[in-house]
Design a protein around this ligand. Structure first.
Ligand code: NAD
Length: 284
């Protein structure tokens, strides 16, 4: 049976390291600051934002929550972002997605200064990631790479199959594996014969958003299975995209849900904010 990759534990270890660096930076007169903008009252979004605020405080960072009503105009939201772009106390700006329909998400993301784009969603930073330059890596994909690194799983030459091609998870995680010399296959909703591909995977990443979508017969014996999904099953319980019980019989390593990829996402957000604050020292 598979070894469980404990994301909660790895995240805790990383957070200790981050808190130490924050303390050092503060002694040099800089407190890393993260601004989070929450538009409207989406329940899941509020939970995420509350967690981000709490984690900031736990690590000694400054956190600024800006709440805007559902009906806020795009103009007002963009003006707020511009204001934060110019605020020296703020090193990271995050606009919690999704946004109401009347606001253009692309425009919002492109208004955030790339030097404060700690989500790594700005096209400039995505381009830098693709070309292997130093940048802010998107937090969930970055967290996945750290999980593997901390578990001692090598990547070069491995067959990596990513199921899902969203801009925030599937696409960038495949790119990060490619940057580390894996052979990468993307599968998605139009893929014919999914199993044909997934059974070749030494490392299988599921980022689909369907409970228990990946079954044991999708998986090669001994594979590393990374479950990005955060779903609710019929009885309201949190579950991933992978049928954990049957797949863990066959896989070599597996991430659970919860306590797998989830805790890493917020940790890498904190890491990116710290990094931005450090970079501000040499920039200003
Ligand atoms: P998304 O809905 O944007 O993308 C889903 C992808 O799955 C699409 O690219 C689609 O092509 C693919 N897909 C859908 N049906 C498929 C099928 N039948 N066969 C193959 N591929 C199929 O979702 P997302 O934003 O990438 O998120 C995916 C999951 O990860 C969700 O459960 C989400 O809640 C979770 N998530 C977790 C974290 C975290 O921190 N752990 C972060 C972001 C997202």
């Amino acid at each position: 049976t598979a070894q469980i990759i404990n994301g909660k534990e790895i995240a805790a270890k990383k957070k200790v390291e981050i808190a130490e660096h924050v303390a050092t930076l503060k002694s040099q007169g800089v407190t890393p600051g993260l601004a989070v903008i929450l538009v409207g009252s989406n329940h899941a979004s509020r939970t995420y934002v509350t967690n981000k605020e709490k984690t900031c405080k736990d690590l000694g960072m400054y956190s600024l929550l800006i709440e805007m009503p559902e009906e806020v105009s795009e103009e007002d939201l963009l003006a707020k972002i511009e204001e934060l772009n110019g605020d020296p106390a703020i090193h990271g700006i995050l606009v919690q997605l999704p946004l109401p329909k009347h606001i253009d998400e692309r425009k919002v993301i492109e208004t955030i200064s790339p030097v404060k784009d700690v989500d790594g969603f700005h096209p400039i930073n995505i381009g830098r990631m693709m070309t292997g330059q130093n940048t802010f890596l998107p937090c969930t994909p970055y967290g996945i790479m750290v999980l593997l690194e901390e578990t001692g799983i090598s990547i070069a030459g491995k067959n990596v199959v990513v199921v899902g091609r969203s801009n925030i998870v599937g696409k960038p995680v495949g790119q990060l594996f490619l940057n580390q010399h894996a052979t990468v296959t993307y599968c998605h909703s139009r893929t014919k014969d999914l199993k044909l591909h997934t059974k070749q995977a030494d490392i299988l990443v599921a980022a689909v958003g369907i409970p228990n979508f990946i079954k044991a017969d999708h998986v090669k014996e001994g594979a590393v299975v990374i479950d990005v999904g955060i779903n609710r099953n019929e009885d309201g319980k949190l579950c991933g995209d992978v049928a954990f019980d049957e797949v863990s019989e066959k896989a070599g390593y597996i991430t659970p849900v919860p306590k797998g990829v989830g805790p890493m996402t917020i940790t890498m957000l904190m890491y990116n904010t710290l990094k931005s604050a450090e970079q501000s020292l040499t920039r200003d």
